[in-house]
Design a protein around this ligand. Structure first.
Ligand SMILES: Cc1cc2nc3c(=O)[nH]c(=O)nc-3n(C[C@H](O)[C@H](O)[C@H](O)COP(=O)(O)OP(=O)(O)OC[C@H]3O[C@@H](n4cnc5c(N)ncnc54)[C@H](O)[C@@H]3O)c2cc1C
Length: 415
């Protein structure tokens, strides 16, 4: 490890990022491009191969996240792999007539967002990181301890390596070790739901339209993939029912899926292997502490029904890079609470609002009490016809509205 450096003399780097998933890798790229010396560690080695089958983990990516990827130079790599634009979205309630339709054209945009495989995002970010001499990626390497001192922080890895820096960033997901080691409390709970994911082939093409139906057991989304007859499903359902779905033979699962989703995409012809993830919510009481900052799922966890989790995390990364980048350019210590609090103030309100909105949706659509059923059906239909309200909601959801960091703002013309 190179221990040279003008500021933070004797330190291994300016910042250590724990977690090289979508959020941590994006942050490392942004900070590295700004000239900061970064060490990024992850306990898992990233995927290096790209089989033809789709990754079961895909993300709906907003226009703001696309701008982050564009401004960091990785968008082109993603487009050259597999990126499916989402031009429209239908959402409806299976227990009523309430429905809402979103169309990118109503915003004067070509698309509402994109569906991208998680491993493609991680791979593209890692490829660009590898080209930056100021960024070192260490994996597999697991963080086990941090020691904060007035002048710096030491992050210790499971092999005994000790890294000194001005700042340690936890991008290490829901069970964040950084958050726990820093003693930052998190309000969290389980939704007693799991999300089943799979790739399905349908007889009718999806037409680059995302669809989501709210069933009694939870929301079921069909997200379009580049193949016009392939969709990635996210079926969030009560844990017990979910486990019974996982236990079904392929044919029986396909039948249950068809019955639940209906025939909007014709016949469901094939279903891939399935995977499942427990669902919950969480929000860290603070995003920052002495020489520590949290981004992405380490700071907040939202229900996937609105497809916002990683988009919030990417905005955290872009904002933190902006705030510490400004301090770095001025030759200041990037780990002081004055610098870090600016990041927390910038992001906390937006993240909390999205957490609240998804939580309300999850709970409102989980109830079968008839006045609530009637109210939500009315609400969906009313929102569909109240065009200015709908447009406002859409602009916020796709990342055209809000207090965006410079990296998330559109700088180039076109799509
Ligand atoms: C079924 C499902 C569907 C979803 N769909 C969407 C969607 O469509 N759109 C959207 O925006 N969001 C979606 N999300 C949410 C999104 O997946 C998460 O918000 C996102 O993955 C969080 O990224 P992250 O980089 O913060 O954390 P993670 O992806 O959890 O990455 C954390 C990394 O840290 C590493 N790590 C952990 N501990 C340590 C340690 N001690 N030392 C070193 N490394 C460590 C891990 O190996 C991992 O690589 C979905 C979530 C689920 C469950």
């Amino acid at each position: 490890m190179n221990r040279m450096g003008s500021r933070g003399a004797g330190m291994d780097c300016d910042l250590v990022i724990v977690g090289a998933g979508m959020v941590g890798a994006t942050l490392a790229l942004a900070c590295g491009q700004a000239g900061m010396r970064v060490v990024i560690v992850d306990s898992q080695a990233p995927a290096t191969d790209f089989p033809d089958e789709y990754d079961l983990r895909v993300s709906a990516i907003t226009l703001a996240s696309r701008e982050i990827f564009r401004n960091l130079g990785i968008w082109q790599d993603l487009v050259q792999r597999r990126v499916c634009p989402v031009r429209e979205m239908y959402v409806w309630d299976a227990r009523g007539s309430g429905a809402i339709h979103f169309d990118a054209a109503e915003l004067g945009e070509a698309q509402l967002g994109y569906i991208i495989e998680n491993r493609a995002i991680i791979h593209a970010a890692h490829t660009h990181i590898a080209r930056l001499p100021v960024v070192s990626l260490m994996c597999p390497a697991t963080l086990v301890a941090i020691e904060v001192r007035e002048a710096g922080v030491t992050a210790t890895l499971s092999d005994g390596t000790a890294l000194t820096a001005q700042l340690v960033v936890g991008a290490d997901g829901t069970e964040s070790r950084v958050r726990k080691l820093a003693g930052i409390d998190s309000r969290s709970g389980s939704y007693d739901q799991i999300a089943i994911v799979a790739t399905v082939r349908t007889s009718a093409p999806h037409g680059e339209v995302a669809r989501q139906v709210f069933l009694a057991s939870g929301p079921l989304a069909f997200l379009p993939l580049c193949d016009p007859n392939l969709s990635s499903i996210v079926w969030s359902c009560d844990s017990r029912y979910g486990k019974s779905l996982l236990d079904l033979e392929d044919g029986a699962f396909r039948q249950e899926l068809q019955t639940s989703f209906g025939d909007r995409l014709g016949e469901i012809r094939a279903v891939s292997a399935r995977a499942a993830f427990p669902l919950g919510f969480a929000h860290a009481r603070h995003y920052v502490d002495a020489r520590v900052a949290l981004v992405g799922d380490a700071a907040h966890r939202v229900h996937p029904l609105a497809g916002q989790g990683v988009n919030l995390g990417l905005l955290d990364a872009a904002t933190l890079a902006e705030v510490i980048g400004n301090a770095f350019r001025l030759g200041r210590d990037i780990g002081t609470s004055g610098v870090l609090r600016r990041f927390e103030r910038w992001r906390k309100g937006d993240n909390l609002m999205m957490l609240a909105v998804t939580d309300i949706f999850k709970r409102a659509f989980g109830m079968d009490y008839w006045p609530i059923r009637a109210a939500r059906n009315f609400g969906l239909t009313a929102a569909d016809v109240l065009v200015p309200v709908k447009r406002l909601v859409m602009r916020r959801a796709v990342g055209l509205e809000g207090d965006l960091p410079p990296l998330a703002k559109r700088m180039l013309a076109g799509d």
